[in-house]
Ligand binder design. Structure first.
Ligand code: ADP
Ligand code: LRH
Length: 483
């Protein structure tokens, strides 16, 4: 048995998990979990990256304590697109900007005036999202920080750099910058040149499985770990790691990674770069072993997280039970709408969207919760259906992974809406994908198929059969699209 620490930073919490892998066995336990609380300063919304790094160190200490101070490797994944800038001395220039910050408002239109949206999609395959790194860099063009920056490190690469001193740019996460060509799996040099983005800012590309250095002496001292401890490059985009841990058999499956976001789509061998795909705003992010994550971003449980915050964090189990007793599909909102991206006033914004589309306005926490879950299931249905059509890739089952698998109502509604069985689990898919790539780098597991077989054998999974016909869901969709 070998022991691997998976650092997985989600938008709502960070965790350090210990994965123990042996011949045919895989166990995951949580060593440490800490909140991820962005902070609003006068300039805007920022990640508290020092608190996150502190959480990583605490987590490595806790992980080591479970393994007699010895870890066989460490891997880091986090949310995508965001980055820290370093000066010539390697010092971080300010707190990384949060992807929900307003600085990218109206920026895309300026970028498209130089490089039309259709050309950008054909070159990068990336969906339009205001927070793609490319738009963030365009928004920061005149900033003093960028003028002084000598290096840009995406969040997991920044933490890896602090742990090991070795800079790199991991490929799956790099694919969310909109500066990667999904066909060559290398930089989109033409796009960068047209937009005057200096690719020299980025450290050399690394692939999942590549070594990323050893924990520095100082880190070993602080965490009580016995060296040497290698850091292994994993699919450092959390969604890449989560998709690697989808316990699917064969290829006829869709996945939905449910957490703060819902990422719903397919695993493909090649990108879909058609105009229809662009119009439907599907993205082609890069996955392990030459795969493409063809998916759509849906607002996800962010909608509920924001309401809970506003309501003073009531008991979630109780709220879900009450929501489950309410009639289905009374009111729905478009859970794919970027209008829900920014924080604040979420119950009111959901009520307004219902009012504007001429539907009953939910006015209790249970009613709003029901509206959110119905709306998420509806958006899952739409993404799963459209992805199959656009990629000409039919599926028989939907795998749901991530924290949302703990929400049985959401899983059942997703099965009902898609008209397909849902297999739910694992909840900590990103951490498992992270662990398995480390284990594979040390020869303990085989290819992606073998990884998935191991997950199916070892992880608890829940199956939800679709109930009834899908007519009600089609009608609800029509309420939104005929607005
Ligand atoms: P992220 O990685 O984006 O921070 P997670 O995958 O950790 O997100 O999922 C967090 C979400 O999972 C929460 O917002 C919550 O809605 C859901 N969740 C977590 N635990 C439970 C639970 N016990 N019951 C229902 N839902 C849960
Ligand atoms: C989920 C996620 C998603 C990105 C978003 C910014 O955590 O990585 O895949 O689109 O964060």
């Amino acid at each position: 048995m070998k022991a691997f620490a998976a650092v997985d930073l989600g938008a709502s919490s960070g965790r350090v998990m210990v994965g123990r892998v042996g011949a045919g066995s895989l166990e995951l336990t949580e060593a440490h979990r800490f909140p991820n609380r962005p902070v609003r300063v006068p300039e805007g919304l920022r990640w508290d990256v020092l608190a996150l790094y502190g959480g990583v160190l605490d987590g490595l200490r806790a992980a080591g304590a479970r393994c007699g101070g010895r870890l066989d490797s460490v891997g880091i994944d986090s949310w995508a697109v965001d980055y820290g800038l370093l000066d010539a001395d390697g010092t971080l220039l300010g707190n990384p900007v949060h992807y929900r910050d307003a600085r990218t408002e109206g920026v895309a239109e300026k970028v498209w005036a130089t490089l039309p949206a259709a050309e950008l999609y054909a070159a990068t395959g990336l969906q339009y999202a205001p927070f793609n790194t490319l738009y963030q860099l365009a928004a920061a063009r005149e900033s003093t920080q960028l003028a002084y920056a000598k290096r840009l490190l995406l969040i997991p690469d920044l933490l890896t750099y602090w742990l090991t001193g070795e800079p790199g740019t991991e490929l799956t996460n790099a694919s969310t910058t909109q500066l990667i060509d999904p066909r060559t799996r290398d930089w989109a040099y033409g796009v960068a040149a047209r937009l005057d983005i200096d690719l020299e800012l980025f450290a050399p590309l690394r692939q999942p499985g590549d070594p990323a250095g050893l924990l520095r002496e100082r880190v070993l001292e602080e965490t009580g770990l016995t060296g040497p401890v290698p850091v292994t490059t994993v699919g450092s985009h959390d969604t890449a790691s989560a998709v690697a841990a989808v316990p699917a058999a064969g290829e006829r499956f869709a996945y939905i990674c449910t957490g703060t976001w819902s990422l719903a789509g397919l695993e493909l061998d090649a990108p879909v770069l058609t105009e229809a795909s662009r119009a439907a705003n599907f993205t082609n992010e890069l996955g392990l072993d030459g795969t493409v994550r063809y998916l759509r971003n849906i607002m996800g449980l962010w909608l509920l997280q924001e309401c809970l915050r506003e309501w003073g964090e009531p008991d979630l189990g109780e709220l879900l039970r009450a929501a489950g007793e309410l009639p289905a599909l009374r009111s729905v909102v478009d859970a794919g709408d970027a209008a829900f991206l920014a924080p604040g006033r979420m119950p009111e914004r959901i009520a307004e969207a219902c009012r504007e589309s001429g539907q009953p306005v939910p006015d209790t926490p249970a009613g709003i919760t029901r509206c959110i879950l119905d709306s998420l299931a509806l958006a899952h249905r739409r993404a799963v259906t459209e992805a199959q059509e656009l990629a000409d890739h039919p599926v028989d089952v939907v795998h749901v992974v991530g924290g949302g698998t703990r929400n049985a109502l959401l899983c059942q509604l997703t099965a009902d809406a898609c008209g397909l069985p849902v297999v739910a689990g694992p909840a900590e898919a990103a951490a498992l994908g992270n662990v398995l790539v480390q284990a594979r780098a040390q020869g303990l597991v085989g290819d992606r198929v073998a990884m998935r077989r191991l997950l199916t054998r070892t992880q608890p999974l829940e199956r939800y059969e679709p109930r009834g016909d899908t007519a009600a869901w089609r009608a609800a969709q029509a309420r939104l699209t005929t607005r």
